[in-house]
Ligand binder design. Structure first.
Ligand code: NAD
Length: 428
């Protein structure tokens, strides 16, 4: 996101075009699937604590809902653009299709920096977002969720506004709600754990024991923290992770050769995935440059921050022993960098497979909310493991059978399913 000239939607379309050729899609299907079906751009006026009104820019993009209602998070980010939202909406369509859940792809965003907004201002922003869209989202149309810098509290404010407008309870309107208020147990862990279920299967295929491996992670937010937690439970050792330091306005990597201890790190993290670097130093972690996460001598890299983070400027710095890249973030690898990774024969677990645990658990949350009957955490995580493991092996089998790159194989499965649904409905 740091490079303003980078357009993630162009990346998403280029990835689609390549696979559309492979699948020999007809021109109508291609045209339909390479663009969003609908998008909304709107203004959200908020009365700030100062008494002044500030107007924020909001978006919601519905890429495709042939397989079911739209599904996708809402980001709060100062550099949010509609092209980022479009790309993320398209990736959601493929992701839901790939893990075979009956949902389409959507995404939303607001250009804002919640670090600089009080809780009351954030509540007004959430309610304003829903007011602008209340007719075009909902449990049967398009179901939002949290994403970068939004959380369960934001979702609950949005739910409350939606229910106030529609005059009834609709717990299936939004996911990522607090547990006890329609949220699912396991959702907090779901994306990071999902990443590691796929890493575990990849290691199994390579005949490597997790306890003989090390990893480096970009990001230390929700996805990164739970990926680190489960990977270490399996016996692996995370030796470094990076984060964005809000105070210094720069990234840092913190490193410990002996491996991370999440129990000692968790109390020093903030809700934005930042870490108190002085406390980390006291705990024996070295503080390095933010870009150093990618150069570490590890077996596994997990980019779990933002898009465009593995690119032509740093792809050559990837350590020579790296065997697996599991993309926790959405779109972390640019097309040029992807070519280099493919040439180096590093096993790629592409974003819309690796991080699909979040949306899969969101789907479980929606199902539970609609039934008003909630499952135990183990049941949720076991169902999640099954869904992720099945999706992983389907991609590996196709990649082997057709001798294609993992990302391409995942796209072939996902795009074929969405094209089929759009054709079967008679849209194209
Ligand atoms: P988060 O806001 O909890 O964490 C983001 C992390 O990235 C923070 O630690 C932040 O400090 C770090 N970061 C930001 N810029 C950085 C930089 N330049 N260098 C190093 N670190 C940087 O967000 P999250 O929910 O963990 O999401 C991370 C990624 O995973 C995003 O791409 C998101 O779209 C994707 N994702 C999230 C979920 C989910 O369920 N949370 C699901 C699927 C995909």
């Amino acid at each position: 996101m740091a490079d303003e000239s980078y357009n993630p939607f162009e990346t998403a379309q280029a990835q689609f075009d390549k696979v559309a050729e492979l699948l020999e899609l007809d021109s109508g299907t291609k045209e339909l699937l390479r663009n969003p079906l609908r998008e909304y751009h709107f203004s959200i006026p908020v009365r700030m604590d100062s008494g002044e009104v500030q107007v924020f820019r909001g978006f919601r993009v519905l890429h495709n809902d042939a397989r079911g209602p739209g599904k996708g998070g809402i980001r709060f980010h100062p550099q949010e653009t509609v092209n980022t939202v479009r790309a993320l909406a398209m990736w959601m369509t493929w992701k839901c299709a790939l893990v075979d859940i009956p949902l389409g792809g959507g995404k939303g965003g607001v250009v804002c920096d919640p670090h600089n907004l009080s809780a009351r201002e954030q509540e007004q922003l959430c309610r304003g977002w829903v007011r602008q869209l209340s007719r075009d989202v909902g449990p049967l149309r398009d179901v939002p969720a949290p994403d970068v810098m939004t959380n369960a509290q934001h979702m609950l404010w949005m739910l409350d506004e939606f229910e106030t407008i529609h005059g009834a309870r609709y717990p299936g309107f939004i996911t990522g709600k607090p547990v006890g208020m329609g949220g699912s147990l396991g959702r907090t862990e779901a994306t990071g754990y999902g990443v590691v279920y796929t890493v575990r299967e990849a290691l199994k295929n390579m005949n490597i024991k997790p306890e003989e491996t090390t990893a480096s992670v970009q990001g230390f937010g929700n996805v990164a923290q739970y990926a680190i937690d489960l990977y270490q439970q399996l016996g692996g050792k995370v030796i470094s992770a990076s984060y964005w330091d809000q105070e210094d306005q720069k990234g840092y990597t913190f490193k410990k050769e002996a491996g991370f201890n999440m129990d000692e790190l968790w109390p020093s993290t903030d809700k934005f995935g930042g870490i108190n670097k002085n406390k980390a130093k006291e705990l024996g972690y070295d503080i390095l440059d933010g870009r150093a996460w990618i150069e570490q001598d590890v077996d596994i890299l997990i980019p779990a921050a933002l898009e465009n983070e593995i690119n032509k400027t740093n792809v050559h710095k990837i350590g020579k022993n790296v065997k697996i890249i599991a993309e926790g973030a959405n779109g972390p690898t640019t097309i040029e960098a992807d070519e280099t990774i493919q040439k180096r024969d590093i096993f790629m677990i592409p974003d819309f497979l690796a991080n699909a645990g979040g949306v899969t658990c969101s789907y479980f949350e929606q199902v539970q909310s609609n039934m008003n009957f909630f499952w135990a955490k183990d049941e949720v995580l076991n169902k999640l493991d099954t869904q992720m493991t099945n999706a992983f092996h389907a991609v590996v089998e196709l990649a082997k059978k057709k001798k294609i790159y993992m990302r391409d194989a995942a796209y072939v499965i996902a795009i074929d399913r969405v094209a089929h649904a759009s054709n079967a409905r008679g849209w194209v």
